[in-house]
Design a protein around this ligand. Structure first.
Ligand code: G1P
Length: 304
């Protein structure tokens, strides 16, 4: 790896979307979980939008079987557009066209679903020797936040790998990758000393969880090539990053941006419902009525 290679600006994003969505069965029997709506847009569209807003213009979605709806969603449907235009439904037409105008999307199947690390490794040829972002679809970051932009800046100044971290209650840490970090004098990011995927709460080195945003040095591919199965018997991205964290020099080192902003989790049913309510209650078109209704609804719960 030459110094020149890593001085590339970050412009590519990888969006792993091959998960089976078992937590949402039977809704995900014939519909990819990434297509479940959050208010009126499929969850994956928020993530694509976030990548595009951060200036990334080349997006690779890692898909799997039964994920055709994803490709259809970001494609044009001329007959639908004609119909909306003819009936003067301009706002809907705009919304439909927006999804297909978002950016340059590419698709690649994962093949065997062997874990997140394996999904990211599939992007090797497409990404080449450039730093790149990875965005996981279960985590939605509020559109007013600048997390990904901040992470890209840290990657560009350190030349290393950057993960997004967030404090979670200690008992929740076993659902995440967990980071042991130390302060970097004079900087607003931290140095990651050690990463553990899904530790038991009593063994976790901290309550700092990796949330689904990464800006990775391309050396991660070489590490993933020899990373064996870890937690859950899957090839874990966290394990590859742990190896990078222990390396010095070019390509080595992992830094963390600690996020204190607004994140919505759509990964399980309860948090998915909360995400829908929170996002809808802040929308101009739905918020005022929904908030009013929620207050009344909550009163009813108190008296019940
Ligand atoms: C994945 C990662 C984990 C990370 C989490 C964030 O886990 O392996 O390190 O903390 O995403 O959402 P998953 O949720 O796919 O089990």
């Amino acid at each position: 790896m030459t110094q020149e290679n890593t001085q590339h600006p970050v412009r590519k994003a990888v969006l792993p979307a091959a998960g089976l969505g078992t937590r949402f069965l039977p809704a995900t029997k014939a519909t990819p979980k990434e297509m479940l709506p959050v208010v009126d847009r499929p969850a994956i569209q928020y993530v694509v939008q976030e990548a595009v807003d951060a200036g990334l213009d080349d997006l690779l979605v890692i898909t799997g079987r039964s994920k055709r709806a994803l490709e259809d969603h970001f494609d044009r449907i001329p007959s639908l557009e004609d119909q909306l235009e003819a009936s003067g439904k301009d706002k809907l037409l705009e919304a439909v066209q927006h999804a297909s105008d978002l950016g340059d999307l590419h698709y690649l199947r994962q093949g065997d679903p062997k874990g997140l690390g394996h999904a990211v490794l599939r992007a090797k040829t497409h990404v080449g020797h450039e730093p790149f972002a990875v965005l996981l679809g279960d985590d939605l970051i509020d559109e007013k936040e600048t997390l990904l932009e901040d992470m890209i800046k840290v990657q560009e100044s350190t030349g290393a790998t950057v993960v997004a971290l967030m404090e979670v209650p200690q008992e929740a840490i076993s659902a995440y990758g967990c980071a042991d970090v130390s302060v970097v004098e004079g900087q607003d990011y931290v140095k990651v000393n050690r990463l553990v995927e899904k530790p038991k709460p009593e063994e976790a080195p901290s309550n700092l969880a990796i949330i689904g945003r990464y800006v990775l040095h391309p050396d991660v591919f070489e590490v993933l090539e020899h990373t064996g199965p870890g937690a859950g018997d899957e090839i874990q991205l966290t394990d590859a990053l742990q190896e990078l964290a222990g390396r010095d020099g070019e390509g080595g080192g992992v830094y963390g941006v600690v996020f204190r902003g607004r994140r919505y989790d759509t990964g399980d049913k309860l948090s998915y419902l909360k995400a829908n309510i929170t996002i809808a209650s802040e929308r101009e078109d739905l918020g005022p009525e929904l908030r009013e209704w929620l207050v009344e609804f909550a009163k009813g719960l108190e008296t019940a």
